[in-house]
Design a protein around this ligand. Structure first.
Ligand code: ADP
Ligand code: MG
Length: 448
């Protein structure tokens, strides 16, 4: 199938040819025809499968083919969970709208608010934004969404995990009219919060699911190594850095403190490593990302702030120095490599502290994982045994004591908590996915 077969405008086809995109990816084949018909879409597909063009092309087509509802308001709004991802979508948009009057503005947290007010005053047709900052502009009345034609949510599940539900609903309310088209992309469509927000924001959407997001990613070679303790992890990492033939590498750690510590250590060894964390100010974040993209640094050490969406073609290796807390995040982290048909390597270090997360990942991927070792660095840790089930011992009947009568009605008594182990197993267990309501993470000073 060619882009020609999807009903796209010839002007877009020639742009795509110019960009050396000749064949639509699977998600593009499925989503573009529905998108250009003006229907709502709820879609999920693997990392690196070309979702950005799957929503930007129908949006551009609308610019070419349809009259605006109003003259002033943005026509297309794209929301993403992180500023870095918003920038990347914006960059992709620029490759499509260059030389057209369909200009765009990038509205993310951490940048000067007044500059953004000025940019919005120029009535851009596209706005690419993080939800927190866009909601602030609505509050401030620097933009209005009454004329919005297309609302696009990229990585919707992540936006919800970061605690942006209120902002998303606020934005939806500001653009809540019958003729609005909504496209929602999410790594998973089963996430309880996604189901709920999708049913409120989408109108009879076409559901598209191209492969499971946890599906074995054949372009990414995944390896897992057991480690005894932090020093052992460090030794394994050193060896990997010595022996692996990498182009650029992203190392994920659990916390910002680990990120800093590891970066300092790598720099002491004269390796070109740089740290990125959500707590940095925006100028720093921008500089780091643009330097990394320009290959000034070989290694980016980061937390999950960089796990979603980023597309840097030279990343050949992803290392999980610590396992991610949520199993889906594993799929996103390793998805920073093996993009657009390239090959990639993902190596995860699993110590006693990572064991529970590792088991969650194993269950999520629905495969039994074998460990590999590095010569001379084999450890002792072989995994933790599942906690033994407590035996129920029947108590001998003692002398009967009359229980004091509670004056509280039974309904007010605190509910007995469900055994946590049981709950965890249930959520990731055998093919049965029980939508799990998650506590929102703090938006890591991100995208306010
Ligand atoms: P996703 O959002 O699904 O993770 P992206 O939209 O970031 O994926 O795209 C991943 C990479 O694939 C990008 O570098 C993009 O330029 C490239 N790409 C997208 N569509 C195509 C296509 N039809 N042919 C070749 N490369 C493509
Ligand atoms: Mg993406």
């Amino acid at each position: 199938m060619q882009f020609n077969d999807l009903g796209l405008d010839q002007r877009l086809i020639s742009k795509l040819n110019h960009l050396a995109f000749y064949k639509p990816t699977e998600i593009q084949q499925a989503a573009i025809p529905v998108g250009i018909l003006g229907k709502d879409v709820l879609a999920s597909s693997k990392t690196g499968s070309g979702k950005t063009l799957a929503f930007l092309l129908p949006a551009m087509q609308r610019m070419y083919r349809c009259k605006p509802f109003t003259r002033r308001d943005p026509r297309v709004l794209v929301l993403t969970p992180t500023r870095e991802l918003a920038k990347q979508v914006f960059a992709q948009l620029k490759t499509l709208n260059a030389g057209t009057p369909y200009d765009g503005a990038l509205i993310v947290g951490g940048e000067n608010f007044n500059d953004q007010v000025k940019a919005l005053r120029k009535d851009p047709m596209f706005v690419i934004a993080t939800p927190g900052r866009l909601a602030d502009h609505l509050e401030h009345r620097s933009t209005h969404l009454d004329g919005l034609e297309m609302l696009i949510l990229d990585e919707a599940d992540r936006m919800l995990d970061l605690g942006f539900e209120a902002q998303l609903r606020r934005i939806h309310e500001a653009a809540n009219h019958r003729r609005r088209q909504t496209l929602m992309f999410s790594a998973t469509l089963d996430h309880a919060d996604v189901v709920s927000i999708a049913s409120d924001m989408l109108n009879a959407p076409k559901r598209i699911s191209v492969g499971h997001s946890a599906e074995a990613h054949t372009d990414i070679a995944q390896r897992f190594m057991l480690c005894d303790h932090l020093d052992h992890k460090q030794a394994l990492l050193d060896k990997l850095l010595e022996t692996e033939d990498y182009d650029q590498m992203i190392i994920f750690t659990a916390t910002r403190a680990d990120t800093d510590r590891l970066t300092t250590l790598l720099n002491e060894r004269k390796l070109k490593a740089v740290a990125l964390s959500g707590e940095m100010n925006q100028t720093q974040r921008n500089n780091i990302m643009s330097q990394f993209e320009r290959d000034c640094h070989k290694i980016l050490v980061t937390t999950d702030v960089a796990s979603r969406g980023l597309d840097i073609s030279k990343v050949s290796h992803v290392i999980n120095f610590d396992m991610p807390k949520h199993a889906e995040e594993y799929v996103h982290r390793i998805g920073r490599t093996g993009r657009a048909g390239n090959k990639g390597d993902a190596i995860s270090l699993v110590g006693p502290k990572d064991w529970k997360s590792f088991k969650n990942v194993e269950a999520f991927l629905q495969q039994s994982i074998e460990f590999t070792t590095l010569e001379g660095l084999e450890g002792k840790f072989k995994g933790l045994k599942p906690a033994p089930k407590k035996k129920f011992v029947k108590k001998k009947p003692g002398p009967k004591v009359q229980a004091p009568k509670s004056d509280k009605p039974a309904a007010d008594k605190p509910k007995k908590k469900m055994d946590k182990r049981f709950y965890d197993n249930m959520a990731v267990g055998d093919n049965v996915f029980v939508p799990k309501k998650r506590k929102p993470e703090t938006p890591s000073a991100d995208e306010e």
